[in-house]
Design a protein around this ligand. Structure first.
Ligand SMILES: Nc1ncnc2c1ncn2[C@@H]1O[C@H](COP(=O)(O)OP(=O)(O)OP(=O)(O)O)[C@@H](O)[C@H]1O
Ligand SMILES: [Mg+2]
Length: 350
């Protein structure tokens, strides 16, 4: 059979990139295709080259082409990374930071929102992505609840334009779907929604994209870890032993051999309580020591500690995160946390 561009393209459609649940042609992974008699040269773009799927897909390409055109053809496959190409929807995003925890309600969203604002105040370009599809809280915390991001069309595809407030670009599934609707979604729908927020969006050039993750170690955590180039995770815990035990479990998932996503460090939230009328007193309501023990065990730093402060609840609910107030001691704590995150990211890059 004569080797034609159409014939090769049709054959390549049989090669599936399982992580993205589609074939490599429709995923736009074929960068170049040159045919010279029976010699086929193809460059394939992967999110990352240090990924086992690169070898699997290269083998499959070879196999489908030889099955179709016979063993006499020569196939020259060049895997490339999106970065190398300066392309890919997230090429402008330098550092993706996932804020994770094992337990719900320990303050991930609070930390993600205030970290994003603090990084922005430090002069960085920042976005925040709310990946908590079942219980999105970023729209409320950023005071953009009920607003809708714009959607433009590019190459026949809808591209979301993040909203912006307090110097931070914002996207959340909460802009598109009512939470009670999302509760009925299956895992694949959740993953699909998450992937769209990540890649079918105009993030532009960002120094940091902070991801507010849902609690636990479910589908989204795995998708994020396997399909994206995460610079590192920030673990959030409260001081109770029971909370740190759950965080340890979540941390271990990201540390699995195949994922190797750096744990940048731990933020201990609700560390202690300072009564307004006795500012020199600290009450360690949830105990002390468990976070330090976890940090030591995982061999990662404590990025900072946030006290229990009524204003955090109030400002979160009002859509004006506490770090907008330059005089709050909590703002100072978050400024340090942001500085520590940047420092740890530099170490990862070094
Ligand atoms: N340091 C703090 N002091 C007082 N209240 C806090 C503090 N941190 C978080 N909160 C409050 O605790 C509640 C839970 O926080 P948050 O929503 O950030 O947690 P979460 O881990 O994102 O929860 P979920 O698992 O539901 O996503 C919120 O009402 C928040 O305002
Ligand atoms: Mg949350």
């Amino acid at each position: 059979m004569a080797v034609t561009k159409k014939g090769v393209t049709d054959a390549l459609k049989e090669v599936i990139f399982f992580k993205k649940q589609n074939n490599i042609v429709d995923l736009g992974m074929i960068h170049e295709l040159n045919i010279n008699d029976s010699h086929i040269k193809v460059s394939v773009v992967f999110p990352e080259l240090a990924d086992p799927s690169v070898g699997i897909i290269t083998n499959s390409i070879n196999k489908v082409l030889k099955e179709k055109f016979g063993n006499d053809i020569t196939v020259d496959i060049r895997p490339m990374s999106e970065k190398e190409l300066g392309k890919g929807p997230m090429a402008g995003v330098k550092n993706i930071i996932a804020v994770i925890s094992g337990k719900g309600g320990v303050g991930k969203s609070t930390v993600a929102a205030n970290l994003a604002i603090s990084l922005s105040k430090a002069g960085k370009t920042v976005g925040i992505l709310d990946a908590d599809i079942m219980g999105p809280s970023v729209p409320i915390m950023f005071g953009v609840e009920g607003q809708k991001p714009g959607v433009i069309e590019r190459d026949g595809k809808g591209i979301m334009i993040p909203l912006e407030n307090y110097g931070v670009k914002i996207l959340s599934i909460g802009f598109f779907v009512a939470p009670d609707q999302a509760l009925m979604w299956r895992g694949s729908m959740i993953n699909n929604a998450f992937n769209q927020l990540m890649t079918d969006s105009e993030w532009g050039d960002l120094d940091y994209l902070v991801i507010d993750m849902p609690p636990g170690t479910g589908d989204i955590q795995l998708t994020l870890a396997q399909s994206y180039n995460i610079k590192g995770t920030v673990l959030v815990t409260t001081p109770q032993k029971i909370a740190t035990a759950d965080v340890r479990r979540a941390a271990m998932m990201y540390r699995q051999e195949k994922l190797v996503i750096p744990l940048l460090g731990i933020v201990e939230n609700m560390s202690y309580f300072v009564p307004a009328d006795m500012p020199d007193k600290k009450y360690y309501i949830f105990g002390r020591g468990a976070t330090d023990a976890l940090a030591e065990e995982l061999n990662i730093p404590i990025l900072g500690r946030i006290p229990i402060v009524e204003k955090i609840v109030e400002t979160g609910d009002n859509g004006e995160p506490i770090t907008l107030d330059d005089h709050s001691p909590v703002t100072a704590a978050f400024t340090d946390i942001a500085a520590n995150v940047m420092k740890e990211v530099e170490k990862v890059d070094a």
